[in-house]
Ligand binder design. Structure first.
Ligand code: HEC
Length: 448
């Protein structure tokens, strides 16, 4: 018996090695590292937002079981679009085979394998990913040395662009100095108004006490007069760990920022135990001449008045009135970003074409307020098409983010109020007047 085996191995040496290979366990070096490089290390490396690094075997090994759970439940990487619907250019969710590889690796001892199998380490960009022509100084934010995962309040800050003439920008990078604590930063462009104080933070999370709490009267509308009321354009572009920089050159397009515009930034930091001061900068590349196509950031909303928008206490599945807009031009829909607050539960974007055909282009069945994710796509949308957006809210105690299930929740910019505010981006021919993209719309919220 023994002799026979020995003989076979000796004679069919090559084949035996191949068979062995096949039976060998999934290894870090050969199978797992490529997935981590592609889908995880943008956040899971030193100085970035995730609490642990997955650069090396040694760092990763203790997390094997947790990784298996996190990827199987699709908690990681954060990505909330229903995979059955739509097609997204920035989709970095794992394929089922990749989830299987990580699960197998964790189940079979999470071995290292042969370091010779390893791909070269990724040279992660540190700092500017574009070569900015202009850098605008953003806010300076002190992050306290609170423990990891402690919540610190959201805030918004307005700064001047300093643009003295109308400017076609081709890419925008929001650059925090300390990515480790910058959970996300979104910005929008606004015409300057006299009431704005530059560099002064407006806090978003403090629920006013019963006396101070302004509960809107029936029929009242929520508008820019509300404290810090610049919500309509605060998410044209976002810094989000793991997401690429907003680069309109991909669409052979540019965005027009009018002379004298302000930038309003919406900032969310997560402390990590060390006090730091973050200096935020915003870099732009600028078109030498007007582009062929124009990128326009748009948004819509459910009705904001208290008659239509009032989420009852303890309601776990309140259906918001929909947000509807109709395109009055041919456009290419290239970007969608659902925006709700703590009680946001799900959101669905549906195109209703002029011939009545319906196409769901984004469905986020489990919205998570903590991740302001944007979804890039490319859908040709003919004039006359309607964008119809549905959303539900969870004001029950089962929603772990709910600060107070016994309160009726109205529309408002503060995070303890609610918003049903779908953002989207389109590309149009450069000669199209952005005010005429949507039917019956005057000045465009969130648009330049
Ligand atoms: C966009 C940033 C980002 C990406 C990409 C990302 N992570 Fe994370 N990950 C985080 C952050 C932040 C945390 C800690 C907070 C949390 O658990 O939400 C975390 C936590 C984890 C945890 C701990 C989970 C737990 O329940 O405690 C695991 C395991 C993990 N990530 C694995 C992965 C894997 C594997 C990938 C790639 C397939 C990945 N992550 C991609 C940001 C990211």
């Amino acid at each position: 018996m023994f002799a026979k085996c020995f003989l076979v191995t000796l004679v069919l040496g090559g084949a035996a090695i191949a068979a062995d290979d096949h039976a060998s366990p999934v290894t870090f070096s050969k199978d797992v590292l490529p997935i981590l490089q592609k889908n995880c290390q943008t956040c899971h490396r030193p100085g970035q937002i995730a609490p642990m690094s997955f650069l090396t075997y040694k760092e990763t090994r203790p997390w094997a079981k947790a990784m298996k759970v996190a990827v199987a439940s699709r908690k990681m990487p954060p990505w909330f679009a229903d995979p059955q619907v739509g097609r997204f250019l920035n989709d970095h969710s794992l394929k089922p085979t990749e989830i299987e590889t990580i699960a197998k690796w964790a189940n079979t001892g999470a071995v290292e394998g042969d370091p010779k199998d390893m791909l070269a380490a990724v040279n992660w960009p540190d700092g500017w990913q574009i070569q900015p022509d202009v850098i605008v100084r953003g806010p300076v934010v002190d992050i306290p040395a609170h423990p990891k995962n402690d919540v610190i309040e959201w805030m918004s800050v307005t700064v001047p662009t300093g643009f003295t003439k109308d400017t076609w920008v081709t890419s925008v990078q929001i650059k925090p100095e300390h990515p480790a604590v910058a959970h996300h930063i979104c910005l929008g462009f606004n015409a300057h108004t006299a009431d704005v104080t530059y560099f002064e933070p407006v806090w978003q999370d403090k629920e006013r006490d019963t006396e101070g709490s302004a509960i809107p009267s029936k029929g009242a509308t929520f508008g820019p007069a509300t404290p810090g009321g610049r919500f309509t354009s605060m998410a044209e572009d976002c810094y989000l760990p793991g997401n690429p920089v907003a680069d309109y050159r991909e669409f052979q397009a540019a965005k027009l920022v009018p002379a004298g515009s302000d930038i309003t930034l919406n900032l969310h930091y997560t402390p990590n135990g060390t006090a730091v001061t973050d200096h935020v900068q915003v870099g732009f590349t600028i078109a030498k001449e007007p582009p062929q196509r124009r990128y326009v950031s748009l948004s819509t909303s459910a009705p904001m008045d208290a008659t239509h928008f009032a989420i009852p206490p303890n309601d776990g599945n309140w259906q918001s009135p929909p947000a509807d807009v109709t395109f009055d031009q041919d456009v290419e829909l290239v970007y969608m970003m659902p925006h709700m607050h703590f009680r946001g539960k799900d959101m669905k974007y549906t195109l209703v074409y002029p011939d009545g055909r319906k196409e769901v282009v984004l469905s986020v069945p489990h919205y998570d307020f903590n991740w302001q994710l944007g979804y890039s796509t490319s859908v040709k949308v003919p004039k006359g098409t309607k964008l119809h957006v549905d959303a539900h809210f969870d004001n029950s105690p089962n929603n772990k983010f709910n600060p107070n299930p016994s309160r009726t929740v109205y529309y408002g910019e503060m995070t303890w109020e609610e918003m049903m505010f779908p953002f989207f981006g389109v590309v149009v021919d450069k000669d199209v007047d952005p005010k005429k993209i949507l039917l019956g719309r005057g000045p465009i919220p969130g648009g330049a």
